[in-house]
Design a protein around this ligand. Structure first.
Ligand code: DGJ
Length: 738
């Protein structure tokens, strides 16, 4: 068994080996570190020869065409780079004069030494101690500028059994001057020269994560977020495949994502030579950072890999990595509970009686976690008032939350609460006391959105106050779940932290979450940002689950789920069953479809239960019981998307238990014209010789088939629906080996 990281001193070659992929780079004679190769491989060669012939053509002049592992503005001026830094003075002796030539915006990094370790961690790694994965082999290559004592340490961490690579960089300013960092990527990765398509999860509020595929052409395709959340418009994640490759289970597939929840960018650059590189890191348009003498900055990670088994193979590696290395452990177990959230039932019409009534009905149908949404705190009768004043409203809960929590607990459920800690309404006690505590530019308008302003997390007193408010809520109440919301785009980014606020805000949010998770072991956090605006590997190292979208229309939701699941595991994807006439789209959707779609992730109920007749509640109860029977597979199995939107007319998921003995099959037909027959989708990864009994939610047997038959002839249609020749149909069944 070869080591995961090796250095061949003769060839000056570094090789990182996964079980089925490798990554190689080499030192040139002048100390430059260049990329050699990155690919899926059953066997990684021990030695590489003739490396020079793999270099990119130098079509412009010397350094420009090199495949720099970490390209900097200085060595490279004709293409995009990973780092631009500005030094106020030339290196060495101060010469005076040439003022107009300053600052020196020129960095050239060359090799100093390298180490292999196992404990290094990227910046903004969770500090709550709940997700300490075992040590992983990590390579640190130290580079230094040719003139200034300005250091960059490039880190490469590998999880060999999952073929996941993580890269980040640490900068250290050993000069005696302030260095301005104008652009900073966590890493640049190179793909073999080819023609590619890029698939990303993109959209807007209410249609987050819809998969969009486009061909990459010469130039830069920019994915970015200008904000303090991860963004609804596009998620910091991608899949890149050779043009024309569309089969979900075969073919070379490169994938990646960023572990950062603020302003980020992924720049997919195709050079005139067709060489492809991806620079991932902080979005630099508005960003700025100063490194004082002696200071360091360690970036978050750029996570990536390359699979030889298609887009499903890529997702499976990422899902496994999230489970093993990222998601925080919960004392409540690995299974996510069935949740009730009353937002769409009551909105701001909050009352103790109504919450008690909802809690009793929710418990009766099998809900395990009861979450009170917006509207519970001081004066919060509508969107205009109260944010910032996180004390329980005595006119609604005269004896605080304790009696409600006691009843919820007596009913056998956990209690959860909505908060939006980064925000303040001008109509609040907090804002009236501290009008200077919000992001703003002096003397300029303060733009409100949803009647709220953003607290300045560039100030430590603000961060401490927010922490203290949440801390006392948790100290005084048995709350085991926070829905942490964030409902604003960004304007007027003036902050005590200057242009570093883009980073400092995220650092502040992560820091508060880490402290709370550490102090309150029974607390779990859900990430929400007007739906799915805050989903990324940084958040998921703190939050067990996310509110995927405010759009609960099941037919829209399947698009969202197909995109979400490309990168993030179903065990983190909260989905609610809501009203028959959907509140976002007005569409009428049958209850079966609403449940079938919501059961693909972490099931939640958002319906006004007290308005439902007893027989419908009984259907809810039965379906929730069925979900509990299949959820260990849904939340812990291996997902295969057999058909996906928007390419196919249906979204078809199969999730298989790790031992292949059980599987869940879920089909949702969005667009099918009468007369068309959908295929019998061929299942994956079953035991060929085993016989599987297929049952529905009522435990009715639909049939018995061998694994081989299901994997070759496919899934049979059922008596009732045939092969679904019209839209708005769905089905979820359980396959169990007999
Ligand atoms: C936006 C969230 O996405 C909703 O689920 C709800 O919590 C509202 N905020 C409450 O204001």
């Amino acid at each position: 068994m070869l080591d995961a990281i090796t250095f061949d001193a003769q060839q000056k070659l570094f090789i990182l080996r996964g079980n089925r992929s490798y990554y190689a780079m080499r030192l040139l004679d002048d100390g430059a570190l260049v990329h050699v190769g990155f690919g899926p491989a059953q066997t990684v060669p021990d030695a590489f020869s003739g490396l020079d012939s793999y270099e990119e053509p130098n079509y412009v002049w010397e350094n420009q065409g090199r495949r720099w592992e970490y390209p900097t503005f200085g060595d490279v001026s004709q293409h995009d780079v990973a780092l631009t830094a500005a030094f106020p003075e030339p290196p060495g002796e101060r010469r005076g004069g040439e003022q107009n030539y300053l600052p020196v915006r020129d960095v050239r990094l060359r090799y100093v030494h390298h180490d292999i370790c196992s404990s290094a961690q990227p910046g903004l790694t969770a500090q709550h101690g709940r997700n300490e994965p075992s040590a992983r082999p990590t390579l640190c290559i130290t580079l230094r500028d040719i003139g200034y004592p300005f250091i960059a340490r490039l880190y490469y961490r590998i999880t060999p059994e999952l073929d996941i690579f993580e890269r980040w960089v640490e900068l250290e300013n050993q000069t005696d001057m302030q260095v301005s960092i104008e652009l900073l990527a966590f890493a640049t990765i190179h793909l073999p020269t080819d023609r590619y398509t890029l698939t990303r999860a993109a959209g807007a509020w209410g249609r987050e994560f819809v998969p969009i595929t486009q061909e990459l052409h010469q130039g830069v395709t920019l994915m970015r977020q200008l904000g303090l959340n991860t963004g609804h418009q596009v998620n910091p994640s991608f899949v890149i495949r050779p043009l024309g490759q569309t089969e979900p289970d075969v073919g070379r597939t490169c994938f990646g994502l960023l572990a950062f929840s603020g302003n980020w960018s992924l720049r997919c650059e195709v050079l005139p030579t067709d060489a492809v590189r991806i620079h991932g890191g902080y979005e630099h348009g508005n960003f700025g950072m100063t490194l004082n003498p002696g200071e360091t900055h360690c970036t978050p990670a750029f996570i990536f890999g390359i699979a030889d088994d298609g887009i499903n193979g890529a997702s499976n590696r990422l899902h496994a990595w999230f489970h093993r290395c990222v998601l925080p452990k919960s004392v409540h177990g690995t299974t996510r509970p069935v949740l009730y959230n009353g937002w769409e039932s009551v909105y701001f019409d909050m009352s103790m009686e109504k919450q008690l009534q909802l809690a009793r009905t929710a418990a009766a149908i099998g809900v395990e976690l009861f979450c009170v949404d917006d509207g519970w705190f001081s004066g919060r009768r509508n969107e205009r008032i109260g944010l910032g004043d996180w004390t329980v409203d005595p006119s609604i809960f005269p004896n605080g939350l304790t009696p409600l929590i006691a009843e919820v607990t007596r009913l056998g459920m956990r209690f959860g609460l909505w908060v939006e800690p980064e925000m303040v309404n001008p109509d609040s006690h907090l804002y009236r006391t501290h009008p200077d505590w919000v992001l703003h530019f002096p003397g300029r308008p303060r733009t409100e959105m949803r009647h709220q302003l953003i607290l300045d997390f560039g100030r430590s007193d603000v961060v401490e106050t927010v922490y203290a408010m949440l801390d006392s809520l948790l100290a005084e109440n048995d709350i085991t779940f926070f829905k942490w919301d964030m409902n604003r785009y960004i304007t007027e980014m003036g902050s005590a932290a200057g242009r570093e606020i883009w980073y400092r805000h995220v650092q502040g949010v992560y820091g508060i979450m880490d402290r709370l998770l550490k102090k309150y072991p029974r607390l779990d956090i859900q990430s929400c940002s007007g739906g799915g605006g805050r989903v990324d590997a940084g958040m998921l190292s703190r939050c067990v689950q996310v509110w995927t979208s405010d759009n609960t229309d099941a037919m829209d939701r399947v698009y969202i789920q197909d995109g979400f699941s490309l990168f993030y595991p179903p065990a983190t994807m909260e989905s609610w069953v809501t009203h028959e006439r959907n509140h976002q789209t007005g569409r009428m959707i049958p209850l079966d479809v609403r449940f079938d779609v919501a059961m693909r992730g972490v099931l939640g109920i958002g319906t006004n239960l007290d308005a439902l007749p007893a027989d419908e509640l009984e259907v809810y109860r039965r379906k929730i019981a069925f979900y509990k029977k299949i959820r260990h597979i849904v939340q812990g199995g291996r997902l295969y998307r057999l058909a996906s939107l928007p390419t196919d007319s249906a979204s078809v998921w199969q999730i298989v238990s790790p031992d292949g003995e059980e599987s869940v099959y879920s089909i949702a037909v969005v667009q099918a014209l009468q007369g068309h027959h959908l295929p019998n989708y061929r299942l994956r990864n079953l035991l060929p010789d085993a016989t599987y009994r297929i049952t529905n939610e009522s435990d009715d047997e639909i049939g018995r088939f061998s694994g081989a038959q299901l994997m070759t002839l496919g899934m049979p249609g059922d008596q009732r629906h045939g092969h679904f020749t019209c839209s708005l149909r769905s089905r979820t069944v359980l396959l169990r080996r007999v």
